[in-house]
Write a protein that binds this ligand. Sequence first.
Ligand SMILES: Cc1ncc(COP(=O)(O)O)c(C=O)c1O
Length: 395
Amino acid sequence: MNFDKIRQDFPILNKVTYLDSACMSLKPIQVIDKINEYYKEYPGCGGRGMHSISKKVDEEVLNARKEIQKLLNIKKEDQIVFSKNTTESLNLVYNGLKINGGIITTDKEHNSNLVPVIRLCKKNGLKHTTIGSKDGIFDLEEFKEKMNRDVKLVSMVHTSNLDGSTIPAKEIIKIAHENGALTMLDGAQSAPHKEIDLKKLDVDLFACSGHKMLGPTGIGMLYGKEEILDKMEQFILGGETVTNSTYNSYEIEKVPNRFEAGLQHYSGIIGFGEACRYLRKVGMDNIVKQELKVNQIIDDGLRNIEGVSILGPEDVGLRPGITSFNYKNKDVHQIALLLDHSKKIMMRSGQHCVHSWFNKHNIKGSVRASLYLYNNEEDANKLVDGFKQVTKILG
Ligand SMILES: Cc1ncc(COP(=O)(O)O)c(C=O)c1O
C-alpha cells in the first residue's frame, strides 16, 4: 500500500502535523467531494418525497448503509441506525432498552458509556460493576469472577481512547452470552482502526462515529441484532418514525426508520458511506500496520527521555494507534500548547473524557498522540524531536 499517496488525499497535512485522530479524523478529498456532490447535485430530503432529487437522496443513503454494512460485515443494512455520534447511539440503547439487572463496564469507559450507565443504575436501582486492568490490560479473570446470571448487560469500550488498548471482545461476549446477558461495544476507537466483523463477533449492539473514521462530523451509527432493535423503544419520536397517526394514536415504522426521527444528516450519511468505501480500499490490516510502524518510533523515542511515563500496556503492539504520556508532573496542556506553537503538532491533552480512570489513579491527565493511516515516520520523528525541545523549556 502506498501510504505516501494516501497522505496526499488529506490536504491539511501540508500545513500541520496531525496527531489527534482519536478525537476527530481528517477527511480525504474523496469524502469532501462526496459531501459537496450532495449539496451541489441533490440537496433534498430523503424518505418522504416522490420527486427525483428525493429519490436520489434515498438511493445514496441506501448505498451508504451498504458501504457500512460491508466494512463491518453486518447481515442486513436495516440493522444500521444512523445517529449523531457514538454518544447518541449509546444513549439510544440506555433509553430504549429494558435492562432488568446488573451492568458491567470496564475501568476505562469514556463518559459516553459511563455517565448514562451511572444514571440508569441509580434511577432503576441496578448494580453497576467495573472490571479493572492489570498493567493496562483488561483483567479477564476478574470479569469471569464477577460475571453471573444477575448481570443483564455487558457494555464495554472496545478500544480505549485513553491508552489505545483493546479488550478481548470475542471471549467477553461468549462468556456474557453463556450467562444470559446482552453485550454492547463502544466501537468509537475500534471501528476506525481494526477489522470489525460484527457477524463473527456476535455482539448484540455496537456503536461508532463516522467522524473518527474519515467521515464528516456529526454522524454515527448503532448496529443491533434484529430481535433487539425490534424490541427497543424510540428515544425521539416524530416525522418518519411512524406510518400513520390519528389525534390519539400512531403506528410505528419498521427498524431502522423508527429510530431516525426527522430530517437526517444526509450529507453526513453519504459522506460516511464514502469514508467506509475508502477504508475498505486501503484495508484495515494495512492501516494497523502503518499505525504501529509510526507508533513504534514514537514509543521508542519518548521512552528514552527521562521523566516520560507512558499509559497503558508497555507493548506498543497492544496499543498500535495511541501513545498517551506524562512528563514528570508537568502541566499536560502546557506541553500540548508548546508543541503546537513551536512545531505545529496537534495533540490532545487532559483527561480525554475518561475522568473516572484519572481520578482513580490520581493522575491529572496526559498528552495523547493518536494516529491514523495518514501519519508517517516523519510525523513520529517530528513529535519526538519537538518534545525533546519542549523538555528543555520545562526542565
Ligand atoms: C472510546 C470513545 N467512546 C465514545 C466517544 C464519543 O464519541 P462521539 O463524541 O463521537 O460521540 C469517544 C470520543 O472520543 C471515544 O473515544
